[in-house]
Ligand binder design. Sequence first.
Ligand code: GDP
Ligand code: MN
Length: 388
Amino acid sequence: MKVHEYQAKEILKSYGVPVPRGRVAETPEEAGRIAKEIGTETIVVKAQIHAGGRGKGGGVQVVHSAQQAQNAAKKILGMTLVTYQTGPAGRIVRKVLIEEGMEIEEELYLGMVVDRSEACPVIMASREGGVEIEKVAAESPEKIIKEWVSPVTGFRPFHPNKIGFGLGLGLAQVGKMRGILSGLYKAFIEKDCLLAEVNPLVLTKGGDLIALDAKMNLDDNGLFRHKDIAALRDLNEEDPLEIEASKYNLNYIKLDGNVGCMVNGAGLAMATMDIIKVAGADPANFLDVGGGATVEMVKNGFEILMSDPEVKVVFINIFGGILRCDTLAKGVTEAVREVKVSVPIVVRLEGTNVAEGRRILSESGLNFAVAIGMKDGAEKVAEALKRQ
Ligand code: GDP
Ligand code: MN
């Protein structure tokens, strides 16, 4: 689960990481009032969406009076902000963060993620932070320093020393870096983060280090022990179909292609997406109806699949283990009748009660293409797409 910048900053602040003074606003008037309270010469108005690249997309405005802050908020609130991370559809801005402006000497990068191959958290840092960090990572990865932290021994003073001196910072700044990194690390571990990122961490003209931006992505599996953070979930930032699917306990992720996939088991779902790609088509979603799906769940899954206007063909790939093929066939035929499906459906069924499942499909009077094996199924899907 992602949280907004202003929420991530509140969390980091509680761990001793310095952040600019500021507050969130939902109306231009409120933004103006907050700017007045802050009272600094420079004020920054920042769109709050769950995506980066806001600066380049026009979602970050540096202004010089409370009135200007109000005007900037008026422009930003309600706008559809398109950045390289939102995709072309963009996101509607519903909140702005009003902050004191900083006099920036330099923009650094700090990030922390779980490194799966090393099975431990890794801290990343660079002198070349700011809005071009993706370019730095792609073109000159040697400018990003990495330090792995053993979960057994934990964070130790040598970590910030290696990073700070590795970045070429002076003694005083390395000292400040120690506090910031240990706070960031503690927040990362205690809040069960998948990612905690400060980009930029700015070195001000006065020599301070301050987190000017903050991103946090928390592990959904850890949310049960962070009720306060779970309450920060912003449904406006999530795909409506994914929200709908989560109500029915379906694992559904929206993707960019046009083949709607209904599969049971995450492994089979991954393999199905791969084989669709090999056949030259693109999956519209990942959908795992689960090992023990009921007729109701299959129907709900099908309805969610069909509410995606991008879906041009449906591929149902089921291995009947606990979920029996006849249960699936009943769910699918009921759903197809109710949802009024107008696109071709390719079905590959195997496993428990497969004969009964196929019989239900073929006697339904509905138009299913039955595939023998996954490869045949994927090829039938690609052919059906070409005919569209
Ligand atoms: P992002 O583009 O979504 O990552 O948003 P950021 O919060 O990182 O802001 C983008 C850029 O806006 C930063 O890299 C800064 O260059 C600029 N910016 C943000 N806050 C301030 C500020 O207080 N003063 C000045 N001068 N620039 C700022
Ligand atoms: Mn940023």
